[in-house]
Design a protein around this ligand. Structure first.
Ligand code: F6R
Length: 328
């Protein structure tokens, strides 16, 4: 609920950090709640930006990077191994690298290699700090001459989110109740169905339901869904699903695509819930949808008697990762 304030705190530092140089592309490296920043930058940039944004959610950097590439490593904790490995490999290759973290080893590595490090406040779950990471990156790009979002647009989005947060909360309460009674209590698999370019938001919803509500989730995105998944519904093996539809009401083609999806799902289930996004532009719609994803999944976790904050399996994996990657 404090996301508008988070955005405003980032706006105060807008213009403080910049990278000099002319770039052909930006590669954003990060995992989980930090990796989603790359997804959002990519979709925002493809609408408005001047540079292509590639997203890397692993330790493997693309081969094509050169002196005209900018690598942005994002890790809220600064201690995520895949991101650290990619960061180190990028510096070893002599690439231009920038890091965003609340501290951790990434900050140390950035200092050691002389790379720019943008420090954000710590003490939160990475997924709850989305505005800190996203708007820090947007501010950095804007100040460096390859703007995706201007300062004015960022300010407007903070005001929009402030004005919509009570509505987002009541929408989230209704959604959490539906998810609880129609999906989890009935043991139905949650399917998040949406249309391009909202696939990044559907993914964010999935991640939030995974982590805050401890649920397995499937993501279906039109129109690609119509070219493969849809055939799986001809002779379905799994029938117990509930469908959360996410649509942008100003995108009439998107709405019709999701209507078509519903006509196919309806042969299996009539259990569906539609979330209509609000906002004047893609940034506002993504932030509104992300806020509803965070609030509804947290409420649902609590309804299930679980701790939304705890992510035991991620910690288990992180304790094993150094052995898997042979990283000391
Ligand atoms: C989200 C979350 C995870 C982390 C991921 C990477 O809240 O806990 O998805 O974001 O494990 O960790 P960081 O973000 O610290 O690089």
């Amino acid at each position: 609920m404090s996301w508008p304030e988070m955005i405003k705190s980032t706006l105060e530092k807008w213009g403080v950090h910049r990278v000099d140089g002319v770039f052909d592309e930006v590669v954003v490296v990060g995992m989980g709640g930090s990796g989603v920043v790359g997804d959002y930058l990519q979709v925002l940039s493809s609408k408005r930006g001047s540079l292509p944004v590639y997203v890397v959610k692993s330790h493997v950097l693309p081969h094509f990077l050169d002196s005209h590439s900018l690598v942005l490593a994002v890790s809220y904790s600064g201690n995520t191994l895949e991101t650290l490995i990619a960061f180190k490999r990028a510096t070893e290759r002599g690439l231009r690298v920038v890091a965003i973290s609340s501290g951790g080893l990434l900050e140390e590595e950035a200092r050691r290699s002389g790379a720019l490090h943008v420090k954000i406040p710590g003490g939160l779950a990475p997924r709850a700090s989305l505005p800190l990471m996203l708007y820090s990156a947007l501010g950095l790009f804007d100040s460096s001459g390859f703007s995706i979002t201007s300062r004015g647009e960022a300010e407007k989005s903070a005001v929009f989110l402030e004005e919509s947060r009570e509505l987002a909360l009541s929408v989230s309460r209704r959604l959490a109740e539906w998810l609880y009674s129609e999906c989890t209590l009935q043991r139905r698999l949650v399917v998040v169905a949406t249309h391009a370019p909202l696939d990044v938001l559907a993914l964010r919803f999935k991640n939030e339901l995974n982590e805050n509500s401890k649920l397995q989730v499937k993501v279906d995105v039109a129109p690609e869904w119509m070219h493969n998944d849809v055939v799986g519904y001809e002779v379905p093996v799994f029938r117990d699903i509930c469908v959360l539809e996410i649509v942008d009401p100003s995108d009439s083609v998107g709405v019709e695509l999701v209507d078509f999806m519903r006509s196919i799902y309806s042969e299996l289930t009539s259990t569906s819930h539609r979330l209509e996004l609000r906002g004047d532009n893609t940034l506002e719609k993504l932030m509104y949808g992300s806020l509803v994803a965070g609030l509804s999944s947290t409420l649902l976790g609590t309804m299930r008697g679980l701790d939304p904050l705890a992510t035991r399996s991620i910690q288990l994996y992180k304790s094993r990762a150094p052995g898997i990657f042979q990283y000391n």
